[in-house]
Design a protein around this ligand. Structure first.
Ligand code: HEM
Ligand SMILES: *[C@@H]1O[C@H](CO)[C@@H](O)[C@H](O)[C@H]1NC(C)=O
Ligand SMILES: *[C@@H]1O[C@H](CO)[C@@H](O)[C@H](O)[C@H]1NC(C)=O
Ligand SMILES: *[C@@H]1O[C@H](CO)[C@@H](O)[C@H](O)[C@H]1NC(C)=O
Ligand SMILES: *[C@@H]1O[C@H](CO)[C@@H](O)[C@H](O)[C@H]1NC(C)=O
Ligand SMILES: *[C@@H]1O[C@H](CO)[C@@H](O)[C@H](O)[C@H]1NC(C)=O
Length: 536
């Protein structure tokens, strides 16, 4: 066939046919490329079969944790899935340990166009992927979250607890019949809503010195008696919290939908715009908080002593590896604050809900915990326990560990390699993405006796008949990028357990109902109905 005849035959097709022809060629080239890459990938592993354009996103149902569990069951402790790119899922502690080695700095996720558009990539800690600038932020974080800071924050946490406890009593009394004596009431209420609000209020006051009034706002929705705080203040805090939840949602949206979809497909475009204006609202709010505090510090230098992270971020002068750094700019401070809000609120709140659920399901554990709490509070005879007192609650700490083993508040983390390395017996090129499946490590039969059973003794006994491998417990991640809020979260939880359970009887309203959890980036307890009454 001569060139002449080819040109003739192209001439004879009309433009629509030509368009279809080009389109079909592009698609088949894409599909061919997709499967060529798939079949020539290094270290092929078992995993669900990917489709062009979708990868395995159609295999992943609404609950991310379930998907990982299914993958581990079907394909083993190392397998792979294709989402926006190839991910290797690790579910066995031995495979993970190397990625958590403290000597190595790994990237978590390479920046994607979506997270850059959202303005999330280039600042803060969680998404900061250059060692030097990450280390800069990390030093500020370490200073803002020092042991001294945590000790001082106990007063704030107790105050907010007392306020919440007051709301419960008010609601309980509203429900009790008039002729009842004052301390005989029961209240059915949703712990999930209370503790999401509570931890949010606490995080906000620790981070910025300002309240969000989330518990006040929740009280007002339930009570005939309204709080005396001005409505506008409560409303404002409420909007801020809503914006935070929406921002977390938008992170997933911007990570997993392609720029094309977000920019040109109408429904996605309007959703994307609404996320962007939410972001602007949130950033603006945080910027104003930062500006106000800067002015306060300038005008009244004694407020430098204020014990919140924001003041610390503003006034800290940090020397990192011999190099003295400039103080942080407002934008940098804003993004660090955002990391504290996103990392610190829902994680801790959900873990308290899981703890409550397991305690109600295991009365013998609850009994043992109460005797520990009672003995510590009696022997100190103070209204509040200090950090040192709280750290003596070893059984409570074991409960926190066991609950987070069975139900990790953050179900997985990522690592992205930047040089060739050997993991799980395979050599991997630079640029490989690993998903670390905490549930896999936390339930691995090689590491745990009765992995499916809730039993805090796994973390108690030091004798030899306890052959649980506690290094397989990793709900805060590991290595250089381990969660910097680990100690704060533990103290918050110990304080809550000792206060709530010392003062209230807590039982599940529906004892046979399973825990209501929805897992995306965080395992979220969506409702936990409990019946509480004063403990006498
Ligand atoms: C029960 C509560 C918490 C859990 C289960 C939790 C869990 C985690 C996990 C799994 C990671 C990823 C670690 C890794 O990739 O190795 C992480 C990172 C992080 N968390 Fe937490 N966290 C909790 C509380 C907090 C609190 C209270 C704060 C702040 C005040 C916080 C701030 C952060 C930040 C900033 C990072 C990023 C660290 C980095 O990239 O270097 N978290 N957390
Ligand atoms: C990390 O954070 C610093 C300071 O906030 C910022 O200047 C830098 O651009 C960030 N780097 C990356 C890669 O995110
Ligand atoms: C309702 O509020 C009033 C005054 O604000 C207070 O005296 C009363 O005790 C409250 N009732 C309950 C049940 O908390
Ligand atoms: C508490 O109230 C319930 C009814 O709501 C009643 O049956 C019970 O006897 C009361 N207990 C005390 C100690 O007053
Ligand atoms: C009100 O109190 C009664 C018992 O005094 C209890 O059975 C009921 O669950 C409570 N209702 C609510 C909504 O708390
Ligand atoms: C988690 O569940 C609570 C319901 O208690 C809800 O208010 C909140 O928006 C949820 N958070 C996320 C991140 O989905």
């Amino acid at each position: 066939m001569s060139i002449q005849t080819i040109i003739e035959s192209i001439k004879s097709v009309n433009t629509i046919d030509l368009f279809i022809l080009i389109f079909a060629t592009c698609i088949s080239t894409y599909i061919f490329n997709f499967y060529y890459k798939y079949y020539t990938r290094p270290n092929p592993l078992p995993g669900p079969f990917p489709l062009p354009f979708f990868g395995n996103s159609h295999n992943c149902g609404p609950d991310v944790k379930e998907f990982y569990e299914q993958c581990q069951q079907k394909y083993g402790d190392i397998c792979e899935v294709m989402l926006d790119r190839r991910y290797i899922i690790l579910s066995r502690p031995n495979y993970i340990k190397k990625l958590f080695s403290p000597a190595q700095f790994y990237m978590r996720l390479p920046n994607s166009q979506g997270t850059v558009e959202l303005g999330m990539c280039n600042h803060g800690l969680f998404f900061n992927e250059t060692y030097k600038s990450w280390n800069y932020n990390k030093q500020f974080f370490a200073e803002a979250l020092s042991a001294k800071f945590i000790e001082a924050s106990i007063i704030n946490i107790n105050q907010i607890y007392e306020e919440m406890s007051g709301y419960w009593q008010s609601l309980g009394k509203q429900n009790a019949s008039k002729k009842n004596n004052n301390n005989n009431w029961t209240l059915e209420t949703d712990f999930s809503a209370w503790f999401h609000g509570f931890i949010n209020d606490v995080t906000s006051i620790l981070a910025t010195g300002k309240r969000t009034y989330s518990i006040t706002s929740y009280y007002n929705t339930l009570s005939i008696n309204k709080s005396e705080l001005p409505d506008a203040l409560v409303e404002d805090g409420n909007n801020f919290v809503k914006a935070l939840v929406k921002f977390l949602e938008s992170l997933l949206f911007f990570s997993f939908y392609s720029p094309f979809t977000r920019h040109y497909v109408p429904i996605f475009k309007s959703k994307s715009n609404s996320y962007l204006s939410n972001r602007d609202y949130l950033y603006n709010k945080l910027d104003n908080i930062v500006k106000k505090r800067r002015t306060e510090i300038k005008e009244m230098p004694e407020t430098r002593m204020k014990k919140d992270m924001l003041t610390s971020l503003i006034t800290a002068e940090t020397v990192v590896e011999g190099e003295k750094f400039k103080p942080m700019t407002d934008v940098e401070i804003r993004m660090n604050l955002l990391d504290i809000f996103l990392g610190g609120s829902d994680t801790t709140a959900n873990l308290f809900c899981f703890i409550t659920y397991y305690l109600c399901k295991h009365p013998n554990v609850k009994e043992k915990m109460l005797s520990e709490i009672d003995s510590i509070s009696k022997s100190f005879g103070k209204p509040y326990l200090s950090c040192d007192d709280l750290r003596k609650l070893k059984y409570c700490e074991a409960i926190i560990k066991e609950a987070s083993r069975l139900m990790a508040p953050v179900p997985f983390t990522f690592r992205h390699t930047t040089s060739e390395c050997e993991i799980a017996g395979y050599k991997w090129p630079a640029g490989t993405d690993f998903h670390i499946n905490f549930a896999g490590a936390h339930g691995h039969p090689e590491c745990w006796d009765n992995p499916k059973i809730f039993d805090p003794d796994k973390f108690c006994n030091n004798d030899n008949d306890n052959d649980n491998d506690r290094s397989a417990w990793m709900p805060f991640g590991g290595g250089k990028r381990i969660c910097p809020g680990k100690n704060l979260a533990t103290i918050e939880l110990l304080l809550l357990m000792s206060s709530v359970y010392k003062n209230y009887n807590v039982e599940l309203v529906n004892e046979h109902e399973p825990l209501k959890v929805n897992t995306q980036l965080i395992a979220n307890c969506t409702e936990l109905k409990v019946r509480i009454s004063p403990r006498t």
